[in-house]
Write a protein that binds this ligand. Structure first.
Ligand code: URA
Length: 201
């Protein structure tokens, strides 16, 4: 359990937080990550939307349907992977989280990632990519790239992806999105394979 004045975590879950006045007002609950706390593959989105706020789980609306379908096509299920967001409370009118809100929530994400320690982290959209890489990202041209970044005290391999919602606005994003999720599955799978081969010697 860690405490930081106006927010506290138990394990990978934020149990209470009042750091962002607008978000405390607009949320009906804090939406924590879901999935195994030892997952090799972790997806990081932007912030919960209306459906996520109502159900208390990330990516359960239309974007989540797109993500679930791509995972299925790649031979994975939602239960195999960790899914979380940069910001855990729904922003009003579905606006982007502000830089301050992202910063307020960053320690929670860092603690979650430290615990899960994924082989591959997939950023879904421009906001999480720029937040975690701490630079501008041209997401449509950089999607599919694998980069490394320091998050907290860890080095993390990151696969950049467009946001699943982008495929709903622009059908031409569908194939690249699905290819990126397939790439994520095979990168995570390779690591599992390497580890089991090491055990043979
Ligand atoms: N979009 C996100 O970035 N995160 C969610 O949880 C849902 C939609």
């Amino acid at each position: 359990m860690s405490n930081s004045g106006d927010g506290s975590m138990t394990g990978v879950d934020v149990t209470e937080c009042t750091r962002c006045a607008d978000l405390v007002e607009s949320r009906s609950r804090i939406v924590n990550g879901v999935g195994p706390e030892t997952a090799d593959l972790c997806f990081v989105g932007e912030a919960p939307g209306a459906q996520e706020d109502a159900e208390g789980e990330p990516f359960v609306g239309r974007s989540g349907d797109v993500l679930d379908e791509a995972l299925r096509d790649a031979g994975l299920s939602r239960a195999d992977v960790r899914i979380t967001n940069c910001v855990r409370c729904r922003p009003p009118d579905n606006r982007d989280p502000t830089a301050t809100e992202l910063e307020h929530c960053k320690g929670y994400l860092v603690q979650e990632l430290e615990q899960v320690d994924p082989e591959i982290l997939v950023t879904l959209g421009k906001v999480p990519a720029e937040h975690l890489l701490e630079r501008d990202v041209a997401i449509t041209s950089e999607a599919g790239d694998v980069v490394e970044a320091t998050i907290g005290d860890r080095r993390q391999r990151i696969l950049l992806s467009v946001h699943p919602a982008a495929t709903l606005y622009d059908r031409s994003q569908r194939d690249p999105f699905e290819e990126t999720i397939e790439r994520a599955a095979s990168l995570a799978g390779e690591d599992v394979g390497d580890q089991s081969r090491i055990g043979e010697f």
